[in-house]
Design a protein around this ligand. Sequence first.
Ligand code: SF4
Ligand code: SF4
Length: 870
Amino acid sequence: MLTLLEQIDKGTLWRIPGGIHPPEHKTLSNQSKISRLPLADHYLIPVPGVGENCTLAVKVGDTVTKGQPLTLGEGFRHLPVHAPVSGRVVAIEERASNHASALPVLTCVIENDHQEKWIESVHTPLSLEQVAEMDNDDIIRRIQSAGIAGLGGAAFPTHIKLKPVSEIELLIINGVECEPYITSDDKLMQESCDEIVRGIEIVHQLLSPKRIIVAIEDNKPEAVEQMGHALNRSQLPSHCARVSKIPTLYPSGGEKQLIQILTGQEVPSGAIPANLGILVQNVGTAYSIAQAVYRNMPLIERVVTLTGQNIAKPGNYWVPIGTPVEHLLEVGQFRGDANAPVIIGGPMMGYMLPNVAAPITKGTNCVLMPSEQEVAPPSPEQPCIRCGECAQACPAQLLPQQLFWHAKAQEYDKAASYNLRDCIECGCCSYVCPSDIPLVEYYRVAKSALRQEAEEKKQAELAKQRFDSRTLRLEQEKQAREEKAKQAAERRKAQMTGSDKDAVAAAMARIQAKKAAEAQASAGATTEKPQDKVAAAIARAKAKKAAQKTSSETETETSEQPASQVKGADNRESAAVSQKEKVAAAIARAKAKKAAQDTADTTEASQAPAQQGAETAPLSQKDKVAAAIARAKAKKAAQAGANDQQAATVEHRDEPIERTGETAKPSESQSASTDDTEGTEKADAAAAKKAKIAAAIAKAKAKKAQLDAGASDEPDVMTPAEDIEANSPEAIKKAKIAAAVAKAKAKKAQQAGAGDEPKAEITTDAEPAKAEANDDAEAGSPEAIKKAKIAAAVAKAKAKKAAQASAGDEQLAPSESQTDIEDFADAEDVADTSSPEAIKKAKIAAAVAKAKAKKLAKAEAETPNNEHKD
Ligand code: SF4
Ligand code: SF4
């Protein structure tokens, strides 16, 4: 079996699937030699790569020479563009692109000065020997700096293509030019075959392929002949290069199709010819390579076929890159109207140019200006009849009708699954479609959408990678900071001495004490809780303990140090540290003590004497005791003022009585008790009435104050001005205390007058009142009496019991203190429930108590010196 190279040497060719034979129309443009047209006044050089892999080398206003680079780039993928003429840069702006969409693209506009002043780097041609001695990298660099791209239409950077990923065994020079109307390559091969062969030699020098094939369709006999002679004159090894005539069939000029024709190999989907060890270059590209290497000539012009029946001067012309198409129409004497089609490329793979102001690019090999007889306007699209002609014509062995359905439904993913990517947009399917469906247009739209989607996915992936990298970097930085802090803490811990640790403990104790003080302050000084005091006391104890420990350990360390160590700077430093620790501990203790005092400022300010020795007792308990004492005094006063009533009540305590409309305990002898009561009430009727009114007012105020205090959610520390307000809890408390004081004084006064109360009881009950009376400097004043009345009103509930006792329903009180406590509980119940029953009882008791209070007040007024004796 022959190898591939042996088959190539024999001239074996293979067939490709599909393909068509459209009318050639090549004679319109191949009857004359390649010539030049008058130059334009302005040239438009697209610079789409600016901002991606290159920058502009000029700015508006710059003067440029012919062949001067307009872009600068460092990357290998950078393909520079050059000024096609000498002149001045007049604009760098977006202009219509040479594309079916005519989307604007950044363009450098050069005003031609018609001086044809070349850049100095372009020189006279080198000799063959000089080029043969050139380094491959120098050759590649020259090709890249010349901006050479594939002139077959793809415009892929040639210097990249000349650095293949694998060894190249077969070099194919594509001179097929199968598209109808186009004759640029044909004419170039006829007229510049030796330059083309120079380019082939350079590629051979770079890649050393085993075989070189110049492929030309059999409809170009002159080109075949000229290229054959040129190869024979070349420096290429004998039997290495040959010309192959291939059958005329469209699209034999396609890269993959040509490889299949010459080698019988199919390039896999998604692969490139280099994967098979094959490189394909256009004949025009080979010519440009030779110009670049031998003369350092940039790619600033190319051969363009101007053809069609709508142009008076069809032919092939050397056209500078950037020449506006409208200039070519003008100099070529375009005969069509404004709506006449202008096609870039051939009738099969070309596209209609929307804007004739677009420039000629490196990939533009033909400008077709057909008449209506040549290219009829598109017919209306008809439904697909599933004839299958398109599939038979497809050289890529695709299913064009399937692609069409999915492309039309915008199901691009499904179209991609039918290998839409392998479509070379040859147009064979459209050409044969009996329904006149512009299939290629659908494929182009679908491929554009897929490219955009792929680009978006690529950008999204890049963004995700950047985000992940940033997240990882931040995490690493955080871990590094934490590790650094940990190491620093360990170093400090290792360097820390015993005194340092104590200092830390003292600082921690101070922090705890401060927190406890803040917690107490937030809880409110007026509602000081035992647990707060306990917390403060614990904090103070901790601070004190830490300070003592610091002091003792410092002293111990100081005492344990040898005399030699005590001396000198170390001794002074240790003493200084110890002193500092003591000061710090003292400050901590002071702060803790101050915080505890602050929390109890309000209460302590008014009850300091009474609270001596009982700081830890709950405030409410003290209030209860004081209130109980007050009630006891009021009760005794009531008892003293109603001796007759009590006696009568004791005698008839088992008999029910009814008081005027009230629900008091019933009395057995209503008439007897009524007589006794009337005797007392007649004597003090007016005063009792006033006392009732005052007591009612005091009750209302006290109740309102309690309600206000209960409704208040914020246990704020009261200011002095607020403290004296009647509706504050503090005022109520003071009223109670004042009542207790007044009652104690009244009791004393009563004792002084009657002398029938046990002295021991007076002393016991009056002690707290006396202590508080010292604070209340106006104990015997009308203010005190008024407070006593208020307190008496609060103790009305207790007086009720006294009244009940006088009625004989109660058992003998076991002791005064017990009775007081019970009375207090009853009064609390009355005050808390505020039921009609309790209010009625309280009113009855208040009436009795007020009478007693009035008597006591009178007695007090008559014996002022007794107060001072207490
Ligand atoms: S050639 Fe046209 S009508 Fe026939 S199957 Fe293909 S798309 Fe349908
Ligand atoms: S345009 Fe695409 S689908 Fe149609 S024949 Fe050519 S390669 Fe096949």
